[in-house]
Design a protein around this ligand. Structure first.
Ligand SMILES: C[S@@+](CC[C@H](N)C(=O)[O-])C[C@H]1O[C@@H](n2cnc3c(N)ncnc32)[C@H](O)[C@@H]1O
Length: 289
C-alpha cells in the first residue's frame, strides 16, 4: 500500500508527500480530490495552491490562501464516496458500514462484488481487507469496468483488487470456494445466487444482496432458501438525525406560575431534523453452511 502511487486508504500517514491523493476541503458540500504532482497548481475560489507547498504539510492542516483558507484532508473511502464521479447509482456510508460489519470483513478477507458500478463500495471494502486481502469485482458494462480499473490503478490499489468485465448472472464468477464474503448490487441478484454459492467458501462465508424493491428481496430470499443458505435476514437502514438547539418553550403548569417566576424555559432541545434521507434499499444477508 505504501509503494509508489499511494492513496493511503489504510495508512496512518501523517505528512503529505508527492503522489499522495488527498482532499481539499472548503466546506462539507465543496471538496476536491487532488493528486499531489510537483510543480502543478490547483485553483480554488480562495486562491491557488501550489502542489509543492503541500509536500511536508501535516494532514488536517488549515491552509491559508490569498483570499481565504481550506483544509487538507487524507483520502478516505468516505470522502471518496461523497465526491467520486458518478457512473451509476452508488452505495453511501450508512449502508456500507452495515455491509462491512455484517459480512465480517477484516484484513485478509477475500471478497467478491458485482457490479462494480462507480466503485464506491469497492474502496471501502479494499480499505477494510488491506493489506493482505483481495477483492474480485465484476461489471458487465465494459466502459464502467475499464474506468474502475483505471481509478483503482491511479489510487495505487492494484495489488488488492481485480476488475473483470463479465455478466455474472449468465456466466457466474469463474471462481470456486474462495470468497469469505460476496456482495451483489444487481437488478436480478437471484439469478446469480447459484454462482455465488459456488464461489463462496464452504462453511460460514457470508453473502449480502442490495435491492431497492421488496419484490427483488422476495425473489432473492427464495433463491437463497433453495440453495440452503442459513440465517437469512433483511434490513433497511433509515438514519434519523436529530438537531439539538436552544429553544424557548412555555412551561406546562397545573397551577398558576407565581409572578416572580418566568413561565418559559430556555433549554437545549433535541428535535428530529426536517431533512431525513429516505429509503435507499434493502440489505439481505445470509450465511453459507
Ligand atoms: C448500482 S451499480 C453498483 C454500484 C456500486 N455498488 C457502487 O457502490 O458504486 C450496478 C452495476 O451492476 C452492473 N451490472 C448489472 N447487471 C450485471 C450483471 N448481470 N453482471 C455484472 N454486472 C452487472 C451495472 O453495469 C452497474 O454498473
Amino acid at each position: 500500500m505504501e509503494k509508489g502511487n499511494t492513496v493511503n486508504v489504510n495508512s496512518k500517514k501523517a505528512v503529505i508527500s508527492a503522489g499522495d491523493h488527498l482532499f481539499i476541503f472548503i466546506s462539507p458540500k465543496q471538496m476536491y480530490p487532488l493528486k499531489v504532482v510537483p510543480k502543478e497548481t490547483f485553483q480554488t475560489k480562495f486562491g491557488p495552491i501550489k502542489h509543492n507547498d503541500l509536500i511536508g504539510v501535516k494532514y488536517g492542516t488549515k491552509l491559508n490562501l490569498s483570499k481565504g483558507w481550506v483544509y487538507v484532508l487524507p483520502f478516505t473511502p468516505e470522502l471518496w464516496t461523497l465526491n467520486l464521479p458518478h457512473r451509476t447509482q452508488i452505495l453511501y456510508s450508512t449502508d456500507i458500514s452495515m455491509i462491512t460489519c455484517q459480512l465480517n470483513l477484516k484484513p485478509g478477507s477475500v471478497v467478491i462484488e458485482s457490479g462494480t458500478g462507480s466503485g464506491s463500495l469497492s474502496h471501502a471494502i479494499i480499505r477494510t481487507i488491506a493489506p493482505d486481502g483481495f477483492l474480485h469485482t465484476f461489471d458487465f458494462h465494459l466502459a464502467r469496468a475499464n474506468e474502475a480499473r483505471k481509478e483503482f490503478d491511479d489510487h495505487g490499489l492494484t495489488s488488492l483488487v481485480r476488475v473483470e468485465n463479465r455478466d455474472v448472472c449468465q456466466d457466474g464468477f469463474g471462481l470456486k470456494a474462495i470468497a469469505d464474503a460476496l456482495f451483489l448490487d444487481l437488478p436480478h441478484p437471484w439469478t446469480a445466487i447459484p454462482f455465488a454459492y459456488e464461489a463462496m467458501k464452504p462453511f460460514g462465508s457470508r453473502i449480502c444482496c442490495f435491492s431497492p424493491c421488496i419484490e427483488q428481496v422476495q425473489k432473492t430470499v427464495q433463491a437463497l432458501q433453495s440453495m440452503c443458505f442459513m440465517d437469512i435476514g433483511t434490513m433497511e437502514l433509515v438514519s434519523r438525525p436529530f438537531e439539538t438547539k436552544q429553544m424557548k418553550m412555555e412551561k406546562f403548569c397545573f397551577t398558576e406560575t407565581p409572578e416572580s417566576e418566568s413561565n418559559t424555559t430556555n433549554d437545549v432541545k433535541a428535535v428530529p431534523s426536517i431533512q431525513i434521507a429516505g429509503h435507499t434499499g434493502f440489505l439481505t444477508f445470509a450465511t453459507k453452511i
